[in-house]
Design a protein around this ligand. Structure first.
Ligand code: ATP
Ligand code: MG
Length: 177
């Protein structure tokens, strides 16, 4: 086999079951363990209380930035602030992907941001197509667009078989946030 240069792929974690964001964070942790530089850009999230924010302060090599409000975005009716923050997050994503300044870039909930119309699908497709070959790009969120799925190298659909939420167990520290 010919020696290969560093290969960066496009991973997508989508579907209605739990585990998409945590899969991306798991990849981030694994990469950081090998000294790689990772950035996680979270769309539609602005909660300072997420465990991953505190944990990554202790993990060299992983940075997390949030571009959202602490409140839910209303589907079909995002506020101007929701749009502005998503836009900022996307500009940041373009900068770090195109500049290849990190080995791995995770765009958490980007699929939802596209589905909700905060980010244009064509912009995301352009970002994927223009990715420097060495950058690993991880995209999460329900409702991944078919075009994104087609461009990706790896797609995992988390399927809800059961979720404790259905029996009334609310979001818990360390599990959901
Ligand atoms: P996690 O962040 O735990 O990996 P996720 O990224 O797959 O979950 P999202 O679709 O981003 O899940 O959902 C946001 C929140 O809703 C998370 O707190 C998640 O645990 C919870 N959640 C995920 N799937 C379900 C489900 N099927 N029913 C109810 N709540 C869910
Ligand atoms: Mg998620």
């Amino acid at each position: 086999m010919q020696p290969q240069g560093k290969i960066g792929t496009v991973q997508v974690y989508t579907g209605n079951g739990k585990g998409k964001t945590t899969a991306a964070l798991g990849q981030a942790l694994r990469a950081a363990g090998h000294g790689q530089r990772v950035i996680v850009i979270q769309f539609m999230k602005g909660q300072i209380n997420y465990g991953e924010l505190k944990a990554t302060e202790k993990v060299p090599g992983v940075e997390i930035e949030q571009y959202g409000l602490p409140t839910f975005v209303e589907r079909g009716n995002p506020s101007p602030k929701d749009r502005e923050l998503a836009r900022k997050g996307f500009e940041r994503a373009k900068q770090v992907v195109q500049g290849a300044s990190y080995d791995m870039v995770c765009l958490d909930e980007i699929n939802v941001a596209v589905d909700y119309g905060l980010i244009g699908l064509s912009e995301l497709l352009d970002l994927i197509k223009g990715k420097p070959p060495e950058v690993e790009l991880v995209l999460t969120g329900r409702y991944a667009a078919q075009e994104v799925i087609e461009l990706a190298d790896l797609v995992t659909e988390m399927k809800e078989v059961k979720h404790h939420f259905q029996k009334g167990i609310q979001a818990r520290e360390g599990i959901e946030y």
